[in-house]
Write a protein that binds this ligand. Structure first.
Ligand SMILES: Nc1nc2c(ncn2[C@@H]2O[C@H](COP(=O)(O)OP(=O)(O)OP(=O)(O)O)[C@@H](O)[C@H]2O)c(=O)[nH]1
Length: 391
């Protein structure tokens, strides 16, 4: 294997490069924090870079006879903060900007670390070893936190990988110091220092790209989800339901039987007028809950109008549909006698149709047939289920 020549990147060049990259990344994160003030995670990540630069500048003071209190104790105290700030930023990102950070646990960890650091910082290498151990622990904490970020998976896994690499470099540093506990590090150790700085550069650069990407992709997904859902019942809204149902029928090449049902709450206007709009809303939620509890995961339910729901049931026969429709009607009649403690005696009317065995690609035709059946159910006195077979 050819030797890797790191001499072109001497230690001073690498240190300067790392500091400049960190300053640029902190400015970038600060800009994002200004653009997205509600996402406080960016502030944590910007601060982590600034603190790293400050701590590195203090540590460099060792070359210029700056007292150990500043160049060793304070520098190492600050150097442990960046991974913690990445972690607290991740907590805010995962649980929302209002998330209350585990302050007591963080203060206890900081106090323990500072105590150990101040007790032994005058002993050769002890501050460096403690610091490397703290950074390793911080990286592991961030890796664990990122386990909760499932979307987009490749971004969180990539971040975990880079954090793991950084933790490994820190462990190698600890190993090196422990092997030369009573003496200064040999000249070859500068290669490890270079590796450590390179690993830090990699971590900072990757984090600068991936953390905002994580935020923007997940926000985009959330917005898309919200645009597809009905705010009150959290069921798919009319637009999403119609789009997905049509797409499903277009794909349904297996000629599997499909049932389409439409449901409408009976005399709902009277419930609103008598008990108020809030009770009407609660009734709608209650019916949506009954539908979700009674139907299979594969059945697609949507709220397609004010007090109107529709359901597409794949792989369902006409006999099944009759039994399901009757069951739904009965469950609403039983469970929605009262809503929020008020006697509303809510019932529903249901119309349904069936694609039979022919391949039906036109969802609108099926929906119209189900709507005609619903109209009949209403006309025949409500609290009724009518099934239309195709002509
Ligand atoms: N509380 C509440 N009411 C709604 C909502 N959307 C629509 N409505 C009301 O639902 C009522 C529907 O009234 P109608 O179309 O006359 O139907 P109905 O009273 O249920 O009568 P039938 O369907 O013929 O049994 C209207 O008063 C709407 O204002 C909603 O999101 N919340």
């Amino acid at each position: 294997m050819p030797d890797i020549d790191l001499s072109v990147l001497d230690l001073t060049t690498l240190i300067i490069l790392t500091l400049v990259v960190n300053l640029l990344v902190s400015a970038y994160m600060a800009l994002l924090a200004r653009l997205q003030p509600q996402q406080t995670a960016f502030r944590h990540w910007a601060l982590s870079c600034v603190i790293f630069v400050l701590a590195s500048a203090l540590a460099a003071g060792r070359l210029y006879q700056v007292p150990a209190l500043l160049s060793v104790l304070l520098a190492h105290a600050l150097l442990a903060l960046p991974p913690v700030l990445i972690g607290t930023g991740l907590l805010r990102f995962i649980h929302g900007p209002q998330y209350r950070l585990p302050r007591t646990a963080l203060i206890l960890c900081a106090a323990g670390y500072l105590l150990l650091l101040s007790a032994g910082y005058t002993v050769l290498h002890s501050a460096a070893v403690l610091n490397a151990a703290a950074i390793t622990a911080g990286c592991v904490w961030c890796i664990v936190l990122l386990q909760a970020v499932k979307k987009p998976l490749f971004v969180s896994r990539l971040l975990q990988l880079v954090l793991a690499l950084h933790a490994l470099t820190m462990l190698a540093e600890i190993y090196l110091y422990l092997n030369h506990w009573h003496s200064v590090l040999p000249p070859q150790a500068s290669a490890l220092m270079q590796l450590m700085l390179l690993s830090h550069l990699l971590l900072t650069t990757v984090a600068a790209v991936l953390l905002p990407l994580l935020f923007f992709i997940s926000r985009e997904q959330l917005l898309r989800q919200q645009a597809d859902l009905d705010e009150l019942t959290l069921l798919p809204n009319r637009r999403h339901f119609l789009r997905e149902s049509s797409a499903y029928l277009m794909r349904n090449n297996s000629q599997a039987p499909v049932v389409v049902m439409m449901l409408d709450l009976d005399y709902f206007k009277a419930i609103n007028d008598t008990h108020g709009h809030a009770t009407g809303d609660a009734a709608l939620k209650q019916v949506a809950g009954i539908l979700m509890a009674e139907l299979r995961k594969t059945d697609f339910i949507g709220r397609i109008g004010g007090e109107e729901f529709a359901i597409v049931m794949p792989d369902t026969t006409a006999d099944d549909a009759r039994a399901i429709g009757e069951r739904l009607r009965h469950q609403v009649e039983q469970q929605a006698r009262t809503v929020e403690g008020k006697a509303v005696n809510l019932t529903i009317s249901i119309g349904a149709t069936y694609s039979q065995s022919e391949r039906v690609t036109d969802f609108q035709t099926l929906l119209k047939r189900a709507d005609d059946a619903l109209y009949e159910a209403k006309r025949s006195g409500r609290n009724n289920f009518i099934f239309h077979l195709a002509q």
